[in-house]
Design a protein. Sequence first.
Length: 247
Amino acid sequence: MNANTEDTGTIAFVSGANKGIGYEIARGLGAQPGTTVLIGARDEQRGRAAADTLAAEGVTARWVRLDVTDSGSAEAAAKWIDEEYGRLDILVNNAGIAISRDAPSATSPEVMRRTYETNVFGVVSLTNAMLPLLRRAPAGRVVNISSGLGSVALASDPQGPWWETNLLSYNSSKAALNMITVSYAKELRESAIKVNAADPGYCGTDLNQHQGVRTPAQGAAIALRLATLPGDGPTGGFFNDDGPVPW
Ligand code: NDP
């Protein structure tokens, strides 16, 4: 089947959608009429379970194998989407890890490398694999799930909430993701594709041993807004529920 000849509705792909904020983004997108949501997950059992749970709620959801640290996996996912639908309307780069809480002076290159493999390189490889499909959509939308912790402006403000926060590997990976967001938005500014970064706020998930104060569904809200922006909406921005976040 190919969407160039058939109307397949809206096709949305969410990386790391088997749990946490990504699952709630998938659920929210899938709740919109005519939307098929593709659950990108590296583990077959977890991916299928999420798709099945959403399907039981009436969502059109399918599991797609994806490990963002493996560019071959991203390309295979894109090939499958091409064969099934011929295009992609929404890409949400949500998969992310936080593996160390160390201060900069105690952070190893290995921790940096592992974090960047997922949070930075994974986004570039998945986005590049999906771009040809997004270009075929009438209004492509890319949402990168960043964090307020990636804001250099907030981190460098002695009066700000994150002056004392270290987390070098995670925070710097999200700062890099912010530049990635702006860079893609600039390259694609003449196209129909909008690229924005979302800050979900501090949500209770496995990533932070459920310390967060917001629910994953609350965290998903800003990503859902950015994934469904109208044609006159922003591109190259960084937003939370309250509006723009300083870079
Ligand atoms: P979770 O740990 O609950 O979910 C992370 C998801 O990413 C899981 O589905 C996980 O899959 C997946 N994932 C991790 N590595 C890979 C990989 N190599 N390939 C494919 N999928 C992968 O975390 P959250 O829901 O909290 O995080 C989602 C995003 O939100 C992240 O980018 C995070 O940085 C961001 N964020 C989270 C905040 C929070 O307070 N929770 C705040 C701000 C941003 P698996 O189950 O297989 O491990």
